[in-house]
Structures are given as structure tokens and as C-alpha cells.
Ligand binder design. Sequence first.
Ligand code: HEC
Ligand code: HEC
Length: 303
Amino acid sequence: MSGSWSTYVIALVVLQVVACVVLLWYTSRRHKGEAEPEKTGHVWDEDITEYNKPLPRWWINLFYLTILFTIGYLVWYPGFGNFAGTSGWTSAREHDAAKAEGDAKLAAALKPFEGKALPELAVDPKALAFGKGVFANNCAVCHGSNAQGAVGYPNLADQSWQWGGEPEQIVETVLNGRNAAMPAWAASLTAMGGATAKDDVISYVRSLSNLEQPTSDVKERGQKLFGSICAACHGPDAKGMAVLGAPDLTDDAWVYGSTREVLMTGIEQGRNGQMPAHKPLIGETRARLAAAYVWSLSHKPVH
Ligand code: HEC
Ligand code: HEC
């Protein structure tokens, strides 16, 4: 609060308190020329008479007490303009204390899970329940409440992994994030295979998961283009490459979709999916617990 605002507030408060005292003092005494108590002259139902008496003393004193309380309160707590109060209380300090208490509780709750391996966490019902909660609060916005994914956000409950489904790979993905980089290929394709190149390679890719059966010359042209450009990342057999996050193009799991239109968009504009690093956001142990929950979805323990 600026100095002039503070002065303004202080003046208002002092004025109010003084006004209360004056009002109390003035109304609690009898004034000259006023009727004597019993004599207002108003009588109802023959025996109910209106008196005009000052408030009883103890009642008045209660009001004076509230005024004393006000003064004490403004000395003790901040509230009187910029005067900080003698108690040293501030909302920021109270918030810090509450936060420190919450952090300590969380740290204690996380302690038993610290540094444990994913498969170990994934068979511990407590760890899984914790991980499920972390997932619901931090991951479900993008991956869906059942980790089933959405367009552009991979399904985490299936067996198909872009960045690898081994425990260490999932932990790495969640802790440090992933940035997929698939450049736009339209120009290179056209330069290499002419006007039909984009359609040929799309037909070839879709044929890998039996979405269509192109004629053999289309397939051959597509396969050749795939081998020269796409195989570098997606692998010669199109099974994907986890270090690059290049998805398997032969299975029926698609991050972005499998229609010709969607594939065309990917080839023309590239794809740059980003999984944010969660270690800085929720800390290592919570990130590992979420990762354990994710891993458990595709690795049901055998009973
Ligand atoms: C802001 C959205 C967002 C949030 C929040 C998010 N993710 Fe992701 N995640 C993505 C995207 C997008 C990808 C795919 C990245 C790519 O295209 O390569 C991804 C990829 C992944 C993968 C790799 C999947 C694969 O097939 O290899 C895992 C595992 C994963 N996320 C787990 C999590 C977990 C666990 C959390 C919560 C702690 C989380 N994600 C929170 C957007 C998000
Ligand atoms: C430099 C490496 C690289 C090359 C070369 C490359 N890709 Fe990709 N591709 C990727 C990566 C990484 C992703 C994942 C993008 C993401 O998750 O945002 C991807 C994603 C895709 C997808 C989306 C898959 C899905 O599940 O939705 C298709 C389709 C695809 N690529 C086809 C191709 C084709 C066809 C070519 C050749 C013309 C090609 N890619 C060349 C790296 C590459």
C-alpha cells in the first residue's frame, strides 16, 4: 500500500473508532428537557407502557469493550494502514508455514517409494494407488482418464510404444519429457518420386497394416520411397525406432490417425509431439509412481 493510501486508511479507522465512542457517550446519558423515564406517555393494551431509559451500564460497557478490542487487535495484527502489527503475522508467512507442512506430509508419504524400480512399484498396491492418483491429477488431461489417449496423445494402456515400453524407457519419458521431430517430407518426396510420390508412400504405409491393398506398382514405388526417406527413422521394416520416438507403422495403433488425409497432413506439415518433462513439475518420486501405474496397465501381473 502506498504511503498516502495508508494515511487515508488510518484516518478512516481513527475517525470511525472516535465516532463510535462519541456516539456511545452521547446516547448513554439523559439530555436536558427529556422526559423522565416512566413518562413517554405511550401505553398499549392498558398496561404495556413504553419507557425511555438509557441502556443499562453493563450493556454500554460491553460496547466500550469492543472498542478496546479493536484497538488491541489493530496493535497486534496488521490492519492499521501499513502498520505491521506487533505480532509479526503476515499472510505470506502463514502460507509458507502451511506449504512447508504440506510438503513435509507429501515427502513422508512418498518416502517408502523413493528410488524403487518400476516393476517393484507396479506390484505394490499402495504405490499403484498413489500412482493412479498422480496420473489422474497430472497426466489424464492429455492422455485421458484411462490412459487411452486421444488424437496426438498416445494410448499408454496398449503394447505399442513410441519411445519404448521398458521400465527405464517409460521412466525416462516421464521424468525428462520427449520431443518428437518428424520433418515435413512433401518436397523431398515429390523431388524424388514425382507427382504421385506422396500418394504412393501413403498407400504403401497403409498397406503395412492392411488398411488398403494397392496395386503392385504403386506398392513398389511407395516401398522404394519409404526405403530412401522414411526408413532412416521408422526402420526398414517400418517397425519404428524408440530412440527417435518414430512409431511402428505396421501395427494398428496410431497417434494421429490412419486415414489418407491424416497421413497426408503428417507428410506435408511434419509432426512434433511433445511430452513435457515431469521431474521439474512433480518431482522424481511422483513421476516414477505415475510411470509405474502406466507400466502396470500393459503389464498385468500373472497370478
Ligand atoms: C501436456 C500434455 C501431456 C501431459 C500432461 C502428459 N503427457 Fe505424456 N505425452 C504427451 C504427448 C503429446 C506424448 C507424445 C509425444 C510424441 O509425440 O512423441 C506423450 C507421450 C508419453 C509417453 C510415451 C508413450 C510412448 O508410446 O512411448 C508416456 C509413457 C507418457 N507420455 C506418460 C505420461 C505420464 C505418466 C504423464 C503424467 C505424469 C504424462 N505423460 C503427462 C502429452 C502429455
Ligand atoms: C527424422 C526421422 C523421421 C523420418 C525420416 C520420418 N519420420 Fe515419420 N515420424 C517420426 C517421428 C519422430 C514421429 C512421431 C511424431 C510425433 O509423435 O509427433 C513420426 C510419425 C509418423 C507418423 C504418425 C504415426 C502415428 O501413429 O500417427 C507417420 C504416419 C509417419 N511418421 C510416416 C512417415 C513417412 C511416410 C515418412 C517418409 C516419407 C516418415 N514418416 C519419415 C520420424 C520420422
